[in-house]
Design a protein around this ligand. Structure first.
Ligand code: NAD
Length: 245
């Protein structure tokens, strides 16, 4: 039996990977759940975690990853619903319905499933727990990201608050992080993405450089810790002042 165990979705890269590293440093056992088998296996091996190939939009996959954590480590104390994609791009008058639905499946259904199955397991064990959902500053303003992405992240914040209210009686806390511009493949892969990030920074972000995945992992690390015992239904924004400006 281990002291603390967590499931981190999207743990193969970026913010998720940095979160896995931080939790491992703090003695947690971790299941990395990610769609990418190659990067997921490599991250898990390097960081001393377990790896499950998971599509977070699939209920069977998410339920299976929660069960894996409980089977392997005897418990599940935290679920970090973090996996994400940029989603549907383009004008609202042109976006394909399937692309729109896929964006919401990967960004919102996934969080619902992580809450549903994570909280069931936590409730059954009776020890409480913590769930952290990775939203975005895009949740707070329509123009901060592609339209489907921004709408989906806003839904994640609302879901965070509802879940916090419903699960408080079981001492299960539910919070969110809202990253701004963070150097990960999602934000900086390709010249177009880099150009967009540089333009947003120049126009709106007071802090002189982009955030690091570790900056967001620190906030997640706090939210799953006992230090956040009385914090639920909240969000921590990690954005170099982007939304404050
Ligand atoms: P990333 O691309 O480095 O990591 C995302 C991970 O999610 C990848 O390992 C990918 O394989 C995995 N993934 C994608 N679809 C999946 C699926 N269906 N099932 C399971 N895994 C899947 O990106 P990141 O920037 O670390 O993103 C992590 C979270 O942070 C996302 O929810 C993203 O929306 C959010 N976010 C990022 C930024 C930023 O600037 N990087 C800003 C705000 C919010």
């Amino acid at each position: 039996m281990t002291e603390r165990a967590a499931l981190v979705t999207g743990g193969a890269s970026g913010i998720g990977r940095a979160t896995v590293a931080l939790l491992r440093e703090r003695g947690w056992s971790v299941v990395v759940a990610d769609l990418n088998r190659a990067t997921g296996t490599a991250a898990a091996e390097e960081l001393g975690a377990s790896f499950s190939v998971v599509d977070v939009s699939s209920e069977d996959d998410v339920a299976g990853a929660v069960a894996r954590c409980v089977d392997e480590f005897g418990r599940i104390d935290a679920v970090v619903n973090n996996a994400g994609v940029g989603g549907a791009f383009g004008s609202l008058t042109e976006i394909d319905v399937d692309e729109w639905d896929w964006t919401f499946a990967v960004l919102v259904r996934s969080v619902f499933l992580g809450i549903k199955h994570g909280a069931r397991a936590m409730r059954a064990a009776g020890n409480g727990g913590a769930i952290v959902n990775t939203a975005s500053v895009a949740a707070k303003s329509g123009g901060a990201g592609p339209q489907a992405y921004s709408a989906a992240k806003a839904a994640v914040l609302n879901l965070t608050r509802s879940a916090a209210e419903e699960l408080a009686a079981d001492r299960i806390r539910v919070n969110a992080v809202c990253p701004g511009l963070i150097v990960t493949p999602l934000a900086v892969d390709g010249a177009a993405a880099q150009e967009k990030a540089a333009a947003v920074m120049a126009r709106r972000q007071p802090w002189p450089d982009m955030g690091r995945p570790e900056d967001v992992a620190e906030a997640i690390g706090f939210l799953v810790s006992d230090g956040a015992r009385f914090v639920t239904g909240e969000e921590i924004t990690v954005d170099g002042g982007l939304t404050a400006a």
